[in-house]
Design a protein around this ligand. Sequence first.
Ligand SMILES: [Zn+2]
Length: 210
Amino acid sequence: MKNLRSEIIKYSKMLNSKKLSALRSGNISSRYKDGFLITPSGKKYSSLKNRDIVFVSLNGYFDKKKGIPSSEWKFHQDIYRNKKEAKAIVHAHSTCATAVSTHKRGIPPFHYMVAMAGGHDIKCAKYATFGTRELSKNILKALKGRKACLISNHGQIAFEENLPKAFELAEEVENISLQYITSFKLGKPKILSVNEMKKVLSKAKNYKKG
Ligand SMILES: [Zn+2]
């Protein structure tokens, strides 16, 4: 567990250094036993120690004496409860993903790399106040058949089978968002067909198997 805590701290600091989320914004978790380990509420990532990482059970129980989890722990809980394949989650207020999310829209297949999120587009979860069960519900809806989504007027979230992969997916979502915004400088981008995206998705699946 010590290693898992250190890994969470390492990637939390990378939220800052890779400019995925400034100061205390965003949060990171890893599935552990019958629950998950998550970054604490209101602490700067640069000062995190192993003991600051909080364990929350899948039922939502945590020992307050040992620390308070990120105020957004509920959507981590709901993702782990509903997606068996989720082993680590990265949530970031990254600039470009957030910018797209403020238009309350997802990202269509303007580039085949949107398939990285698991489907033919990246959806945007409906807005609800941070930390609420309502937001959790909206996020789960946007994650149907996906491993990443935007969150309206908020940011983005990505999960994977381990933390390095979840972090990379969040970086990819940010990169795709930047490309999407940039494409509008030349007018509305042309979108790939459903058929082409089906080909890309099946290729991505086989590539993983190989
Ligand atoms: Zn947030």
